[in-house]
Design a protein around this ligand. Structure first.
Ligand SMILES: *Cc1c(COP(=O)(O)O)cnc(C)c1O
Length: 224
C-alpha cells in the first residue's frame, strides 16, 4: 500500500472521530513514526505531505535527520538516556518522553533553545512502560521550573496493547484530566496545552478523548 493511500484512510478516520466529538481535524498533528522503515519509505511519507516524523532511537533519528529534507520536524518519542540527549537536542522539535530530572538537566545544559517537551505518564501502570505515575506528575513538573530550557507543552502516554476499547479510553481520559489539572495551575514553564496519545491501533479513541498529537507508524508507513 502506498503511504498516500494509507494517509487518505487515516484522514478519513480522523475526520470521523472529530465529527463524533465536535472537534476540528486541523487540531490534530500526525506524527509519522518511521522507526521501522527505510529512508525511501520515510521519503514517501514526506512526499505524501507528512512533515512531522517520530523516531524512538537517537541513532536512527540522527541517521534519518542527516538524509532527509530539512523541512522535516523531528519528534523524539522513545526512551531517552540522559547521556544521549546531546546527540539529538539540536535536531528535534519536541521530546515526547521526558520522565526524569536527569534528562531535563541534560537538555538544560546542552541546548541553546527552549525545547518543547511532553512529560510521559504511565497511566495504565504496566511495569513494562516508561513514564511517571500519574500522582508524581505535578511534583515533577514543579521541579522542572528551574530548568529554563525545558518547556512542558503537554503530556504523553501509551495505552496498553489490549482489545478492550473501554479500558484504552479510560487511559486517555485520565491523561486528559491530568492535563486539565496542570493547566489550572498556570505554570509559566508548563502551559501543558497538548496531549500526545494515540497510535495505529487506538488513535480514533485518543482523538475522541482530546489527543492533539497522534503518533502513527504501522498504519501509515507499514506493509508496503
Ligand atoms: C512505535 C511507536 C509508535 C507508533 O506505533 P504504531 O502502532 O506502529 O502506530 C507510537 N509511539 C511510540 C512511543 C512508539 O514507540
Amino acid at each position: 500500500m502506498s503511504v498516500r493511500t494509507n494517509l487518505e484512510e487515516i484522514y478519513n478516520k480522523i475526520k470521523h472521530a472529530c465529527q463524533k466529538v465536535n472537534r476540528d481535524p486541523s487540531e490534530i498533528m500526525i506524527i509519522g513514526v518511521t522507526k521501522y522503515v527505510t529512508i525511501e519509505r520515510a521519503e514517501e511519507a514526506i512526499k505524501a505531505g507528512i512533515t512531522n516524523l517520530g523516531e524512538n532511537r537517537t541513532e536512527e533519528l540522527t541517521e534519518k535527520y542527516n538524509q532527509l529534507s530539512d523541512e522535516v520536524k523531528w519528534h523524539f518519542i522513545g526512551t531517552l538516556q540522559s547521556r544521549k540527549v546531546r546527540d539529538i537536542i539540536d535536531k528535534v522539535d519536541a521530546i515526547h518522553s521526558l520522565d526524569r530530572l536527569s534528562i531535563a538537566k541534560q537538555i538544560n545544559s546542552r541546548s541553546n533553545d527552549v525545547i518543547d517537551c511532553f512529560v510521559q505518564v504511565n497511566v495504565s501502570g504496566e511495569t513494562s512502560k516508561h513514564g511517571l505515575s500519574p500522582e508524581d506528575v505535578v511534583p515533577f513538573i514543579e521541579k522542572l521550573a528551574e530548568y529554563e530550557k525545558v518547556r512542558v507543552v503537554g503530556l504523553m502516554t501509551m495505552a496498553p496493547h489490549i482489545e478492550d476499547k473501554d479500558k484504552i479510553r479510560q487511559v486517555f481520559k485520565k491523561l486528559a484530566q491530568l492535563k486539565t489539572r496542570i493547566q489550572d495551575n498556570h505554570y509559566e514553564h508548563a502551559p501543558c496545552q497538548f496531549l500526545s496519545m494515540g497510535m495505529s491501533n487506538d488513535y480514533e479513541i485518543a482523538i475522541e478523548e482530546g489527543a492533539t498529537h497522534i503518533r502513527i507508524g504501522s498504519s501509515l508507513v507499514g506493509p508496503e
